[in-house]
Design a protein around this ligand. Structure first.
Ligand code: CP
Length: 332
């Protein structure tokens, strides 16, 4: 495997093989599988799970890793193309990325969406320009429009819970958040669930419709797998018979890049906080998923997050196991 950038680059059989490998590595550890191998980790955006789970995964497989981020004691990092560097930053990303990559056998890169230009973010322009600088195997640790590591772990979580592939109902729900967040997780999660063959419903208020490019990609995956995809602002209809509600906030697509207009629109939507009454007409065993970090009492009520429906810690642990499989295939 030369790249782990998008679940769409893999067949369902290849995903199943990765998930089987992750289960095997959990049951029968291979502490020498990646002996002597090094994973370079470049975080241009913040993280807890991705940062810790990749380091833990490499250590469990006998390899090593190092982390570079702008907050560390490095020279100021310039990312803008075509810039005259007469300001504070002393190092450009064009040198930094190939240097960091040259110290490892593979590199993981995280670069969130800039959230200024929708077309630019949907095209994953920044991430593409970073990986164009290297010829090392690479892993997308969340770019503007994708988070394949999260999606692989979420697929495993759905399998672990015994959620049916065909006829399993997956609801991706927008939730209130005081800030406008990227589209990467919503895009990746509906594509994953559609590829898994599930009936996917996107539940969101007016103004937060997912872009057509994201819906189109998930729709094509659903057509290929026998699943389905629809979008609504009707919570009762969306939750009818749901196996899973996957909560996530994202930026208003009506006002993408316009912070003030986005804030004005979302101010009226604080009641989009997932709480027990949301589950009234879902399956009684409907589960709550979230990629974390999550704001308690804002995105989801404490009673749901701490209750039996919530599988967020299971999901987060699966990040490490899923990534162990990716690393094993990439470097083993
Ligand atoms: N879910 C996820 O990617 O978490 P972090 O942002 O903490 O890495």
């Amino acid at each position: 495997m030369k790249a782990f950038n998008d679940l769409a680059d893999f067949s369902t059989e290849e995903i199943s093989a990765l998930l089987e490998l992750s289960n095997r590595l959990d049951e029968k550890p291979e502490p020498e599988a990646l002996k002597g191998k090094v994973l370079s980790l470049l975080f241009l955006s913040p993280s807890l799970r991705t940062l810790a789970s990749f380091q833990a995964a490499m250590t469990r497989l006998g390899g090593g890793s190092f982390v570079i981020s702008p907050e560390m004691s490095i020279h100021g990092l310039e990312t803008r193309p075509g810039i005259v560097m007469d300001g504070a930053a002393a190092e450009h990303i064009r040198e930094a990325v190939p240097v960091i990559a040259s110290y490892g056998d593979a590199i993981g890169i995280r670069a969130f969406a800039e959230r200024r230009n929708l077309e630019h973010d949907l095209a994953d322009t920044e991430f593409s320009s970073l990986i164009a600088l290297i010829d090392t195997p690479y892993i997308n640790m969340e770019s503007a429009s994708n988070h394949p590591c999260q999606s692989l772990a979420d697929w495993k979580t759905l399998d672990d819970l015994g959620i049916p592939t065909k006829s399993g109902k997956f609801v991706l729900s927008w939730a209130y958040h005081p800030m406008s967040l990227p589209l990467a997780v919503p895009a990746a999660s509906i594509h994953m669930a559609a590829m898994r063959g599930m009936d996917v419903t996107v539940l969101r208020p007016d103004g937060f419709e997912l872009p057509e490019a994201i819906m189109d990609k998930a729709r094509k995956a659903a057509e290929a797998s026998g699943g389905s995809l629809c979008e609504t602002d009707d919570r009762v209809q969306a939750m009818e018979g749901a196996h899973i509600i996957y909560a996530k906030s994202w930026s208003s697509t009506r006002h993408y890049g316009d912070k003030a207009a986005d804030e004005e629109l979302r101010r009226e939507l604080v009641h989009w906080c997932i709480d027990e009454p949301w589950f009234d007409n879902a399956r009684s065993d409907c589960r709550f998923m979230h990629c974390l970090p999550v704001r308690r009492g804002v995105v989801v009520s404490e009673r749901v997050l701490d209750g039996l429906r919530s599988v967020v810690i299971h999901e987060a642990r699966n990040r490490m196991l899923a990534q162990m499989a990716v690393l094993h295939q990439m470097l083993g």
